[in-house]
Design a protein. Sequence first.
Length: 78
Amino acid sequence: MTTLFYSLAILACPVGMGLMMWFMMRGSMQPASPESPPPDAGAELARLRAEIDQLQAAQLQAAQRETRTTPQDTRPAR
């Protein structure tokens, strides 16, 4: 009885591996559908460009605020 148990345990790994390979091969045989852009790609692109412009303006304002609030170089001249 223990010999049968050990034999099944030893065979479980290669059989499981073979089944996994077979299922993976079966899945990759299906034709892949070509990726097409969504129909409203132009609107999405315009929205993203507007968001980029908004973020760049906010970044510029933050940089200008930082230079106004940062004290000038107070080290003595040499």
